[in-house]
Design a protein around this ligand. Structure first.
Ligand code: URA
Length: 438
């Protein structure tokens, strides 16, 4: 067996065997297969696809390239949620305390911002002192104590995915269903879950822009989760417009603080409660998803979720006082408003453009080693469907980089479409899928 033969086989559209996939992934993780041969294979997979069996083998090889965390000593059904990524998607930061407060342990290994999409770790790290770099031993202890712990991928978790992901990022091979499935599911299976809820985003701001591709991805993710004996369900949710009103790390934390006090934007809270409801149901603390949603709302109403959030922050070394008094946070040096170009109704706000602009303001990275400015970002004052008068501020922009402000305001102005007629609101949650949908 040679890498050359395996690459040619996939290039010509044939199925790869378990041995061939293992040879390439293990060889790459261990440094025997060079970047150029792995890049060629990734592109062949991107173009030719993989069947269910091959996707399962990719996942297994990535999973067992590192440590699989055993949380069986912690009582209860451990459930996590994973989003395929979007703009303004801060759901995890409200969801983890809600679900933990409802008595379901939440093991959560999250990612950093990628391209135009934000990352939970960057958002959490905008809280002064908040640590996401705990060892697996500390991660387990914290879940046992608090009910959840939010950390980043350690060097022991799926090292093959870490290396392959970095290569995919620079070889235009991210948007491949088998590769995304292997990458997401290996990390989720490694973190110690018993069950999983997926939020598969669809639209401009998502990796999968077409509904049918998002459904195909959701089905692959479910089928791999179920094959590993982990009940897995998925929601397809809209990412044509940013979720909530804030885009940018600390701005999103402030929105989460509002959400945990029952004052979050409707769209953000609709998605959050639905995903929490499914987690509480899979965690066996509700008889149905609907009852889970009610419990989720009650966790916010009663203040239990907010108390749990403060407990998590304290446990992970975060500055609890600033979460209670967010106005103490340092202010960005520059601020500007994006005026509405027309009177009428907002027809759409292009989430990809908002995400890309937020990166230029300092809220994301243009290169892997760029530093993030936690204060930078965008706040939307209007969303699709709302009435607007020409000239009124439709968004506010925050940054320390004076030189990018003007271009950002212009670019955001072009990201908004208007309608003279009222605009019908589109469903945010498109579809629910589980093993019966396969
Ligand atoms: N998130 C991941 O972890 N992996 C992918 O391939 C895409 C999104």
């Amino acid at each position: 067996m040679t890498a050359y033969e395996i690459i040619s086989k996939k290039r010509d559209g044939f199925e790869l065997s378990e041995e061939e996939i293992g040879y390439m992934i293990n060889g790459y993780a261990e440094g025997r297969i060079p970047d150029y041969q792995m890049s060629a294979l990734l592109m062949a997979i991107f173009l030719r696809g993989m069947n269910k069996q091959e996707t399962m083998t990719v996942t297994k090889n990535m999973l067992y390239s590192g440590e699989v965390v055993d949380l069986s000593s912690i009582p209860g059904v451990k459930v996590d949620k994973h989003s395929t990524g979007g703009v303004g998607d801060k759901v995890s930061i409200i969801l983890a305390p809600v679900v933990a407060a409802a008595g379901v342990p939440v093991p959560m290994i999250s990612g950093r911002g990628l391209g135009h999409t934000g990352g939970t770790l960057d958002k959490l790290e905008s809280i002064p002192g908040f640590r996401v770099d705990y060892s697996i031993k500390e991660y387990k202890e914290k879940i046992a104590r608090v009910g959840t712990c939010l950390i980043g991928q350690t060097p022991d978790i799926c090292p093959a995915d870490k290396k392959m992901y970095a290569l995919r990022d620079v070889t235009a091979t991210i948007q491949s269903i088998p590769l995304i499935t292997g990458s997401i599911m290996s990390k989720k299976l490694a973190e110690g879950i018993d069950a999983l809820v997926l939020d598969v985003k669809t639209g401009h701001g998502a990796f999968m822009q077409k509904h049918e591709d998002s459904v195909a991805l959701a089905k692959q993710l479910i089928s791999v989760g179920e094959a590993f004996g982990k009940p897995t369900v998925a929601y397809i949710t809209d990412m044509n417009e940013p979720l909530g009103n804030a885009v940018g790390n600390w701005l999103e934390i402030v929105e989460c603080i509002d959400g945990l006090h029952g004052e979050g934007p409707d769209d953000l809270m609709e998605v959050t409660h639905q995903l929490c409801g499914a987690m509480i149901y899979l965690g066996k603390k509700a008889a149905s998803i609907e009852e889970g949603v009610e419990i989720s709302k009650e966790m916010i109403r009663s203040g239990k979720a907010w108390d749990k959030f403060l407990e998590i922050a304290e446990e992970q070394n975060g500055d609890v006082d600033i979460l209670k008094n967010p106005l103490r946070y340092p202010k960005p040096a520059f601020q500007a408003q994006v005026p509405a170009a027309e009177s009428g109704y907002v027809a759409s706000i292009h989430s990809l453009e908002v995400g890309l602009t937020a990166v230029t303001l300092g809220a994301g990275r243009q290169k892997a080693d760029d530093l993030i400015d936690p204060k930078a970002g965008i706040v939307l004052h209007k969303k699709a469907g709302q009435a607007v008068e020409a000239g009124e501020p439709i968004m506010s922009v925050y940054t320390d980089r004076e030189e990018v402000l003007k271009a950002a305001v212009e670019r955001l102005g072009k990201a908004v479409a208007y309608s003279a007629q009222p605009v019908e609101s589109k469903a945010l949650i498109h579809e629910y899928l589980d093993k019966n949908s396969l």
